[in-house]
Write a protein that binds this ligand. Structure first.
Ligand SMILES: [Ca+2]
Ligand SMILES: [Ca+2]
Ligand SMILES: [Ca+2]
Length: 291
């Protein structure tokens, strides 16, 4: 066997993995079922939960487009009038499906396997005026606007596990869609990662206030936020369905979307390393055989 063939042995399945990776969406792709009551329009459409969570919204008050940030969440619609988030009231329920398995993968960030995005936000010092408020000086005052919703998971849409004692949807960590530039004190157009969770170890720092919004964004370490869930406690090694239910005793909350946490390193990267390694091992063996 040549070095090239040794490497090909790895490259072929890896190429397949990358191709399926390209076609699989990291976000929910299908609405399986739903039942209201939902909020008034534009918070009444279950299909607003599919696809990538909101990055910008149209602020109907200031008549400006605004970035979704951890101190100013998605509301209203996007600038074209598309609905972004949906209010799930007590008694309401929405079931979504992914186009692939969400796996309890030990390589997933912090052991978390999927993320739920709502429209929670950290409370801070005063009114946020769209994208012009300076995140370097805007201080978090502790806590946030959380409206807990119950999350359940299923491999087949029949057997379910419910996260009865949390985590809950529409709570920590608020969505922050873009990177902030401290030096110019302005927002960038660089999107943060909707498939990377915030490190749960930072929860108490982020929730206790006394830091600037810019400090908080730094603590996100490239994540776009979201509430992280570990499949380990569900007893399912993989799932394809997520259900959100209104929580008894609460008025209702909003859901924007869901994502499958990406493994670290990603399969494609791991494959490249493996195939390079396989080539190297072959060469070393080959050299030894020839001496
Ligand atoms: Ca896990
Ligand atoms: Ca909410
Ligand atoms: Ca949405």
């Amino acid at each position: 066997m040549t070095a090239r063939r040794a490497r090909l042995l790895w490259v072929l399945p890896c190429a397949l993995l990358s191709v399926t990776g390209v076609f699989a969406s990291p976000y929910a792709t299908e609405i399986v079922s739903y039942t209201g009551p939902f909020g008034p329009s534009p918070y009444d459409d279950p299909y607003a939960l599919l696809g990538k969570p909101s990055t910008k919204f149209w602020d109907s008050w200031s008549k400006k487009e605004s970035r979704v940030k951890l101190v100013e969440p998605a509301y209203n619609t996007d600038r074209s009038g598309n609905k972004l988030i949906t209010t799930v009231n007590q008694g309401a329920s929405i079931t979504v499906k992914f186009d692939h398995w969400i796996v309890d993968d030990p390589l997933n960030w912090y052991g978390l396997d999927f993320l739920v995005f709502g429209n929670a936000f950290f409370t801070g010092s005063g009114w946020v005026q769209g994208d012009s408020t300076n995140m370097n000086t805007y201080m978090l005052t502790g806590g946030g606007w959380y409206e807990p919703l119950t999350i359940s998971v299923s491999p087949d849409g029949i057997d379910w596990y419910t996260y009865e004692s949390g985590p809950y949807g529409d709570t920590m960590f608020p969505t922050n869609a873009y990177a902030w530039d401290r030096a110019s004190a302005s927002w960038t157009d660089q999107e943060l990662d909707f498939t990377k969770p915030v490190n749960p170890a930072y929860a108490s720092i982020l929730n206790s206030g006394g830091i600037s919004a810019a400090d908080a964004i730094d603590l996100y370490e490239g994540s776009a936020g979201g509430t992280g869930f570990d499949l380990a406690e569900s007893g399912f090694s993989q799932i394809q369905y997520i259900r959100v239910d209104g929580l008894s005793g609460f008025a209702g909350g909003e859901i924007d979307g869901f994502s499958d946490v990406r493994a670290t390193p990603e399969p494609a990267t791991a494959c490249l390393l493996l195939s390079a390694g396989a080539g190297m091992v072959w060469r070393r063996r080959h050299r030894r055989a020839n001496t």
